[in-house]
Design a protein around this ligand. Structure first.
Ligand code: SF4
Ligand code: SF4
Length: 357
């Protein structure tokens, strides 16, 4: 046996650089500036003098093999043989010759795809994996995205928002997704229902007990079998116990709702990063088109478009006008559900007599 350590077997993602357009590869990290000649098109200029044009395209998000082949064929024929997917499932084509931009856009639109999603537009909603890849969703996030983007198609195609708008979805209440200018998140409203016959066979009870953020789960013997019980007065209906213990079913056709949150911002480019805040709760989780949630999102976007100053993101706009004005302008009702009345909220509420700014 060799005494040399065995080198690792690389079975992860291949190096992405080999798939990048050669002009992008050559100028990586050495761009002088970029500009936005028209909606959906970006022009980057490198210190080397090289230029590259990017055309951004919206898709239906969940892509079947026929659409993928079609998109790749467009790349082969009109875009130097390269195609790129953004984290919001937009497709980007890059060409090094400005004369190729218009034929590329014509080929894209001839196949029924939409060019847009750049600068101050509403770009594609990002969404979490949903039914396709995950085992705990309470809604079909990709369906919500498709339904909303169908209604926001003009906002994707044109750049007439005060600043860029990033909308996100999240199909459970605890894990990925859900931090954007506007976020559509699942909201469970009832504690989990426990199937006691299955718990002892399926669940590791200590890890389920440990999982609950408010210590509402206790071990219990039910019908002579080891099981669990939930203190429903403590439960905040977060759904964190459902992934490690599927017999604690929390998804419910009637009581799993959607909620809309606004003002989340990861970036600290112009202002500090901010958490999103709840503005609409108890919205029906209503497939296949989710009209109630879509109407609320469109309403918020219309108020933002009408009232915000240029370059204000949604959180900047609300910060300037204040939350009472936000609820007035959007006609959203302010209800008891907007108040953080959880027993642990003492730490986050202003519970002292000091005035804080
Ligand atoms: S948001 Fe939750 S349900 Fe949706 S993909 Fe992520 S972990 Fe799964
Ligand atoms: S839903 Fe959340 S709060 Fe309720 S019992 Fe499960 S983990 Fe605890």
């Amino acid at each position: 046996m060799s005494d040399k350590p065995r080198s690792p077997i690389e079975s992860g993602c291949p190096d992405g650089f080999q798939y990048i357009h050669p002009v992008m590869r050559k100028n990586y990290g050495a761009w002088k500036f970029h500009e936005h000649p028209q909606p959906g098109v970006l022009r980057h200029v490198g210190y080397s003098g090289d230029e590259i044009w990017t055309v951004r395209v919206g898709t239906q998000r969940i892509l079947d093999i026929f659409s993928l082949r079609e998109l790749c064929d467009i790349g082969d024929e009109f875009a130097d043989g390269y195609i790129h997917f953004t984290i919001r499932s937009n497709v980007e084509y890059m060409v090094a010759d400005p004369a190729k931009v218009e034929p590329l856009i014509e080929a894209i639109t001839a196949k029924g795809y939409i060019v847009g999603g750049t600068k101050n537009s509403v770009t594609m909603l990002s969404h979490t994996q949903g039914w396709l890849h995950c085992d705990i969703p309470g809604t079909d996030a990709s369906g919500v995205v498709k339904s909303m983007m169908d209604e926001l198609i003009d906002e994707f195609r044109e750049c007439n928002m005060p600043n860029r708008v990033h909308i996100t979805t999240s199909c459970c209440q605890i894990n990925c997704g859900g931090q954007g200018d506007i976020a559509i998140n699942v909201q469970h409203t009832k504690p989990p229902k426990i199937n006691h016959d299955l718990v002892s066979n399926v669940c590791e009870r200590p890890s389920v007990v440990a999982r609950c953020p408010v210590a509402a789960i206790r071990p219990a013997m039910v019908n002579g079998k080891p099981s669990l019980e939930v203190d429903e007065k403590k439960c905040i209906c977060c759904g964190a116990c459902f992934p490690p213990c599927p017999p604690m079913q929390i998804n419910d056709a009637e009581h799993s709702k959607l909620a809309v949150w606004v003002g989340g911002n990861h970036s600290n480019a112009r202002s500090k990063p901010t958490f999103q805040k709840l503005v609409a709760a108890g919205i029906p989780n209503n497939p296949p088109r989710w009209p109630e949630a879509t109407a609320i999102v469109k309403n918020i976007l219309a108020a933002y478009k009408d009232d915000a100053k240029d370059w204000e993101r949604i959180n900047d706009w609300i910060e300037r006008i204040g939350w009472p004005r936000f609820f007035e302008k959007t006609n959203l009702p302010f209800t008891k559900y907007h108040i953080d009345n959880w027993r642990g909220a003492r730490n986050s509420l202003n519970a002292s007599t000091h005035i804080r700014f």
